[in-house]
Design a protein around this ligand. Sequence first.
Ligand code: ADP
Ligand code: MG
Length: 260
Amino acid sequence: MSIVHLENVFKDYTLGEQQVQALRDVTLNIEDGAFLAIAGPSGSGKSTLLNLIGCIDTPSSGKIFINGQDIGGKKPDELSDLRARTLGFIFQTFNLLPVLSAEENVEYPLLQFKELNATERRGRVAKYLAIVGLSSFTRHRPSQLSGGQRQRVAIARALATQPKIVLADEPTANLDHKTGEGILQLMKNINVEFKTTFIFSTHDRRVMELADRLVHIEDGRIVTQEVRAGGPAVVIERSPATNHPLVQGANQSEADGTHI
Ligand code: ADP
Ligand code: MG
């Protein structure tokens, strides 16, 4: 089943006198459960494409379907409901609220779900912080966490609403290579375990290697689409002390300060 479908999508920006064609005639079908990378150089239209899929922005022309719904005719409150319940977001700069602890950051998007009471919210928060391997860091503020740990809080926050699709705009761009690879592997493990669709952008060749679908974009156009084998085999080790089965060696390498 297709979870995201774009049909002849164009996006133009006007900047002063200048017209920028950020996306040109993009037609793309993303299957439910995909682990898909959008690859391309800086300025090629990756963020624009993710913002359209994330209903953060609207196309100049063309149609977009998210989870079977045509988002064209939707009212702003319907779109924000779709964003809140169907989509999760992970950003390059983590975008955590600095005054809130890890658990408060993860709880934050759940506060708008009136059907969840405080106990249920806390249960969700604990569950997803455990999945990203941060059960021992729930009270830490972002400034007390390494970059990789911050991004794992952001992953827990994106997952806590149990979205069908997680969008990640260059999620590893601010991390060193080893930490970035750990983050991608964690996303991949979650994709395999929970069947959550992941759509992420990158210009890092090593990050692309982990994708099972690769869409190359240049100058606002899709130039190639590859279906890949699904990256390296996933080895899951169980270590009950700090690690959830989906995280491998998550805290060992970072807690000692080797990865900032
Ligand atoms: P990428 O994420 O691949 O670096 P973007 O989607 O951010 O690329 O940008 C694609 C093109 O659209 C670039 O030429 C960029 O300058 C332009 N662009 C992006 N956002 C805006 C905006 N808000 N206003 C004007 N031009 C923009
Ligand atoms: Mg970008």
